[in-house]
Design a protein around this ligand. Sequence first.
Ligand code: PAF
Length: 282
Amino acid sequence: MKVVTTITEMQSEINRQKELGKSIGFVPTMGFLHEGHLTLMKKARQENDIVVISIFVNPIQFGPGEDYETYPRDFERDLELAQGEKIDYLFHPSVEEMYPHSSTVKVVVQERTDVLCGKSRPGHFDGVATILTKLFTIMMPTRAYFGKKDAQQVAVVEGLISDFHFPIQLVPVDIVREEDGLAKSSRNVKLLHDERKQATALYRSLQIARETIENGERNPINVIQLIERHIKDETSGIVDYIEVYSYPSLNRLEKIKGSIIIALAVKFSRVRLIDNVMMDVN
Ligand code: PAF
């Protein structure tokens, strides 16, 4: 595995591989790799000649008062994990390399952002779309891999790729969970001992919601109330949102029908967790 820190070197490696006719699988990350990331890498490894991952904690997708400074980082551990997945290139630029001067252009996402996490994180998806536009331009990947845990991010990336005509196949990958159901996340380490136990209620509440819909419930308000009651009974967390939307357009629903997402965010004392399930409803 080659670690690359400059854009120029990364581009010349990519150009070389492209000239050799190689397909390129790209997994963008902010590091502190966990099994969710490793699953993306494994899938990329199976489907491409060359696999590139990026590790870059992108400052412009964090708002004021968010956890940019304290976002978990452990590059040495990440390096070992990436090596274990037989990654070809690890791109690890500095902030100065990615943002050498105050930006003249940024990407503004106009739809799919005023709901779910986007609602309480104004500008977050502009930051994500801006860094991905840069990374896609540098990597020119054949396929790009994203976890469905950040379902709103997947919806935004789908729009970015389609609107900007990037010749990239978006590959959304299923959520990887701990044995007790908690969705894997770099931020789980911030849960206090008791909160870690309580956090299993998030996925459980989504499963209860799914079962209720499978049994015929079609009113989103009833589903939301059911989830809220379960989380309030089982955890000390504070519900940020619980929503049922069409997917990937993320529109509010009068009646549950079609391709939908049930998504939630719950704040614990030091960390806010998100989770979701998606389903097709007749
Ligand atoms: O999902 C993430 O880790 C980030 O939002 C991404 C896609 C790497 C962009 O910084």
